[in-house]
Design a protein. Structure first.
Length: 213
C-alpha cells in the first residue's frame, strides 16, 4: 500500500490491531500496577510482544501464589486453588504467537474466581463463606487515594477537631478513659495525650475547647 493513501493504511493497521491476540492492553497494565505498583506504568503497548506478555503473566501468577500463602484457608481450598494455579502457570508458559491456549488460561482464571467465591464440588452451591475486610490503616489509605490529599487532610483535621471535642466532653461527664477509648476506637494512651494537649491549650491561651454539638 502506497503512502499516498494514508486513510486506507491506517485503517488496515487498526484492523490488524483489533484482530491481534497480543496488542495494546491498558487493562492488563492496570492489573500489573495493582500487583506491583507504578513501575509498570505505561507498559500497555509492550503487550504487543508475546514474550513480554508471557513474562508479566508469570510474574502475576507468582505474586498471587505468594499472597495466597499468607491467607488462612481450609485444606480443600488450598488443594484446589493450588492445582488451578499450577495449571494456569503451565498454560501461560506455553502461550506464544504460535501456541494459542487463551481459552485454557481464561478457564483457569474463571476456575480461580469460582473457587474463591465459595463454589465447589460441581453442584452449583456455595460451600464456604467469603469475607473481605480492611483494617483502620487500610481504610484511611483507601479513602485518601479516592478523595485526594487536599480533601483527605481537610477531613482529617475536621475529624481530629471533633475527636478532641468528644474526648473533652466525655471527660467532663466523668466517662472513664478506657470507655472513651473504646467508643472512639483509639487507645487509652491516645486519650491521655489528647487530654494533656487540651489542658495545655486552655492553660496557655485561656480559651476553652469548643463544645461538641
Amino acid at each position: 500500500m502506497c503512502c499516498c493513501t494514508p486513510g486506507v493504511t491506517f485503517g488496515m493497521i487498526e484492523s490488524q490491531e483489533k484482530r491481534a491476540r497480543f496488542k495494546y492492553n491498558l487493562e492488563l497494565e492496570y492489573v500489573m500496577q495493582n500487583l506491583f505498583g507504578r513501575r509498570y506504568d505505561g507498559i500497555a503497548g509492550a503487550f504487543r510482544n508475546s514474550s513480554y506478555c508471557r513474562k508479566c503473566l508469570l510474574r502475576a501468577v507468582n505474586r498471587i501464589k505468594n499472597r495466597l500463602r499468607e491467607i488462612p484457608m481450609d485444606e480443600r481450598l488450598i488443594q484446589v486453588s493450588g492445582t488451578i494455579l499450577n495449571n494456569l502457570e503451565t498454560n501461560v508458559k506455553k502461550t506464544s504467537e504460535k501456541v494459542n491456549n487463551d481459552w485454557q488460561i481464561i478457564t483457569n482464571l474463571l476456575g480461580l474466581i469460582t473457587i474463591f467465591l465459595g463454589y465447589d464440588w460441581l453442584d452449583g452451591k456455595i460451600h464456604r463463606h467469603v469475607i473481605f475486610c480492611q483494617d483502620q490503616v487500610q481504610e484511611q489509605k483507601d479513602w485518601r487515594i479516592r478523595v485526594g490529599d487536599h480533601l483527605y487532610y481537610d477531613q482529617y483535621r475536621l475529624e481530629e477537631k471533633r475527636r478532641y471535642m468528644l474526648v473533652n466532653l466525655m471527660e467532663r461527664k466523668k466517662v472513664p478513659k478506657y470507655e472513651i477509648a473504646r467508643l472512639l476506637r483509639i487507645s487509652p494512651e491516645r486519650v491521655g495525650k489528647i487530654l494533656l494537649e487540651i489542658h495545655k491549650y486552655q492553660t496557655e491561651t485561656g480559651k476553652k475547647i469548643p463544645q461538641f454539638e
